[in-house]
Design a protein around this ligand. Sequence first.
Ligand SMILES: [Zn+2]
Length: 51
Amino acid sequence: MKARFIQCELCKKEIPLESCELATYRTAIDGKEYVFCCEACAKSYRKKRKE
Ligand SMILES: [Zn+2]
């Protein structure tokens, strides 16, 4: 079976989907859910969108 990956919206780091519940940080921005590798990336992305 092929492993599936999701990518951090900010740094594009690949995160194995099977570990996503533990290893990723999810947040909704403007009603859409985004996935990040950590909270710091989520905060940076949110900030970047506002600029
Ligand atoms: Zn990241």
